[in-house]
Ligand binder design. Structure first.
Ligand code: SF4
Length: 211
């Protein structure tokens, strides 16, 4: 995709959705971190269902620790890999309390040092909570970036690096939301809806689906 097309691609996505937000529900940075940690290989809808019951009871690291491992598991058992996620979240809460005064740290290094928090989760927190222009490459962004020619790459990290280079600065903070929503609802894995796609004119994918 050429630079002029990339500019038009994002201008179109921005016009359709000027203030994109994550579909995960949260009211604090800690709740966001928790929701993202729970969302690995799970849907946002499934995570929201569990956290709607968990957060009113435990919305701080201290309160999650007070629940204990089994107590926490009882709230998240509908989410895939809930046992290991509960273990990671308990350990993360312990570190937040012991080393960060119960707050979520603002640096990639400190975030990635938390159990269960990888590069993607750190990128989401840095972007959504702290407004940094990071690219959290999930399965949707990986597919859309390759299929459209926006930022081709063989690995999520390669795509992330391409996006960091190619997305114009004006769109950098919101671009990962637009790409996730495009991939989730229009540029789907099995059959992209090219005939209903607002950015079809700028996308290199061929042949486009006709409906
Ligand atoms: S035109 Fe088709 S392949 Fe390109 S972004 Fe839209 S849905 Fe995806």
């Amino acid at each position: 995709m050429k630079p002029a097309a990339i500019e038009a691609f994002f201008a179109t996505l921005q016009a359709a959705n000027p203030h994109p937000v994550t579909e995960l529900e949260y009211t604090s940075v800690f709740e966001l971190l928790t929701a993202v940690l729970l969302s690995a290989q799970a849907t946002d809808v499934g995570v929201n269902k569990a956290t709607r019951k968990l957060f009113p009871v435990a919305s701080t690291p201290q309160k999650i620790l007070a629940l204990g491992q089994e107590g926490l598991e009882s709230y998240i058992k509908t989410i895939g890999l809930f046992r290991s996620k509960a273990k990671h979240l308990m350990e993360t809460c312990r570190i937040l309390v012991e080393r960060h005064g119960g707050e979520v740290p603002r640096t990639r290094e400190a975030l990635e040092a938390l159990p269960g928090v990888g590069r993607k989760t750190a990128n989401v927190v840095l972007n959504v909570a702290f407004g940094q222009p990071t690219m959290a490459v999930d399965t949707h962004i990986f597919r859309v970036s390759n299929r459209t020619g926006l930022a081709p790459g063989k690995t999520p990290l390669a795509v992330e690096q391409q996006l960091m280079k190619r997305v114009p600065p004006a769109y950098a903070v919101d671009s990962h939301h637009w790409l996730i929503l495009l991939g989730r609802y229009v540029c789907m894995a099995r059959k992209p809806l090219c005939h209903r796609c607002a950015v079809s004119a700028y996308c290199d994918f061929k042949p486009k689906t006709l409906g």
